[in-house]
Design a protein around this ligand. Structure first.
Ligand SMILES: *Cc1c(COP(=O)(O)O)cnc(C)c1O
Length: 496
């Protein structure tokens, strides 16, 4: 029996895993969710001995049941290879009383690589399985990291094209350079004059646009999404939480069955949702601690039960990949705590779209008991980077520092001694200016590219391959557009 996926807004829609991966988003605007979360079928003792790739197979086979063993293993082998700079893929390091799960050892040095190195393979396999003849057009909005990771994953993958929109003034210089230098004949990058939420809304509208779909089809194209709403992104992210637990067991940091907490720097709610799925699969995660930056819409939601994006300003922070006011993946949690009630969820989401807010019931609030939430101000984020560096020599990036601050605060306030795994989502090299300025304000005036050498010196680490690459690369993309012009831009690029 295949595990089927239904829409969070219409439970009558049921598709297989490969169909859900192909479509990205359901036609009704809902997100695909598995009808139940499978449980792991291996013992902790066995897990502790497995490689990343082996654990990936154990986890993913339970979600992607219409993939054959051979297909899934081929996808995993193609994804988690020497693109990563360590055979561990996601090493875990203990620093200052917490365990940092480093998710930034892939091609673009941010955690998006964990899922986006495998998504193109899952997608092309899904296309074959479903006899899709059209070329797949990946349409993606990015707050900086997804775009590059998606382009790197899809570049020159046969049968696919990719168009990425990013906010012109909302990404770091390194992030922008990484994107505009991307090679590949099937790759387009467009800077929009707006923020990430406008980019994401624009992309979502195109997905829901029937007219556009018809015109695409007439030209032999169809859209799919590489955004974190795609279950082909979500499922590979469950893997590293299982892996983290396995490594802690292997290193005898914990006993089999011992509860841990995870702390996740959160934007679109994809990463932490994957941890929640890992918990439901049987990994003893006690608390899922959601860390926000000053765009703390999620923190307020967990405090009050009201999700309200309208009565707040969008703030540009030093952790731009978390500068998000509409956390798309939260819808999957809302649906679940609503007792998988599609009508109720659809109504709440309508509230968000039309009024900019919604409020959950007391009963639904009870479903959030496994979650804690915290946030870090810009000062707290910088202070965390500086303090941990001064104490231990370990240099973390700004996103990770948001989570590290929330983790330290949680440990201090609750005196809870369970081990905490902090999702470390980017290399400090990617956000070198903010990181170095946090360590010493005199770096604030210096050129971002010069600071790379300085970071190398203070941290005693090697310049990652992804950074060496852009130092001498040519700018290949310079397209810009207004928010209102995104559809026309896509039409022009695809010659519709
Ligand atoms: C995308 C991203 C996040 C946020 O992850 P979500 O899954 O959107 O919550 C955090 N940190 C970095 C570096 C990211 O790239």
């Amino acid at each position: 029996m295949n595990l089927m996926y239904s829409s969070t807004r219409d439970a009558n829609i049921k598709v297989t895993a490969s169909e859900a991966i192909l479509k990205g988003l359901s036609d009704d605007g809902g997100l695909f969710v598995p009808e139940q979360i499978p449980t792991l079928s291996v013992s902790f003792a066995a897990l502790a001995q497995m490689s990343y790739q082996e654990i990936a197979y154990e986890v993913m086979k339970l979600f992607l049941t219409d993939f054959t063993e051979q297909e899934l293993k081929a996808c995993i082998q193609a994804a988690y290879d020497s693109k990563f700079d360590t055979t561990q893929i996601a090493p875990i390091v203990c620093v200052d009383g917490a365990y940092y799960l480093e998710l930034f050892h892939g091609a673009t040095i941010a955690f998006k690589d964990m899922a986006l190195s495998i998504l193109p393979h899952l997608l092309t396999t899904s296309a074959k399985k479903n006899q899709v003849q059209n070329e797949i057009v990946i349409l993606t909005a990015t707050s900086g990291d997804t775009g590059k990771a998606a382009m790197a994953g899809f570049a020159d993958v046969e049968g696919t094209r990719i168009i990425v929109f990013y906010p012109k003034n909302g990404v770091s210089r390194i992030q922008e350079m990484q994107m505009v230098t991307q090679k590949g004949k099937n790759v387009e990058v467009v800077a929009i004059h707006g923020n990430f939420d406008s980019a994401q809304s624009g992309v979502k509208e195109m997905f829901e646009n029937k007219e556009l779909a018809k015109d695409l089809n007439a030209r032999g194209y169809q859209f799919s999404s590489a955004n974190s709403i795609n279950i082909g992104r979500l499922v590979p992210q469950v893997v590293y939480y299982v892996y983290a637990y396995a490594k802690l067991l292997e290193q005898e940091q914990i006993q089999p069955g011992e509860g841990i907490h995870v702390v996740v720097p959160t934007g679109n709610f994809g990463n932490i949702l994957a941890a929640y799925y890992a918990k439901q699969m049987g990994i003893p995660i006690q608390k899922l601690i959601c860390a926000s930056n000053e765009n703390k819409v999620l923190f307020d939601f967990f405090q009050t039960g009201t999700y309200d994006k309208k009565s707040r300003e969008f703030v540009l922070t030093t952790s731009p990949s978390m500068d998000i006011l509409i956390s798309s993946n939260l819808e999957r949690l809302i649906y679940q705590i609503a007792g998988c009630d599609d009508k109720k969820n659809a109504e709440l989401m309508r509230g968000l779209k039309e009024e900019g807010s919604y409020q959950i019931t007391e009963e639904m609030k009870a479903g959030l008991r496994d979650f804690e939430a915290g946030y870090a101000t810009e000062e707290q984020t910088a202070a965390t980077i500086r303090e941990v560096y001064e104490k231990t020599g370990y240099v973390m990036d700004t996103h990770t520092a948001v989570a590290a601050h929330v983790c330290r605060e949680y440990q201090a306030e609750t005196k809870d001694t369970a081990k905490c795994v902090v999702a470390s989502t980017a290399s400090p090299y990617k956000f070198v200016k903010s990181v170095m300025t946090a360590i010493d304000e005199r770096y604030a005036e210096e050129d971002e590219f010069r600071l790379l050498e300085e970071l190398k010196r203070v941290s005693g680490t090697e310049l990652p391959g992804a950074v060496r690459e852009i130092l001498n690369a040519n700018v290949l993309h310079s397209l810009e557009c207004d928010v209102d012009n995104m559809e026309q831009t896509v039409r022009n690029l695809l010659d519709l």
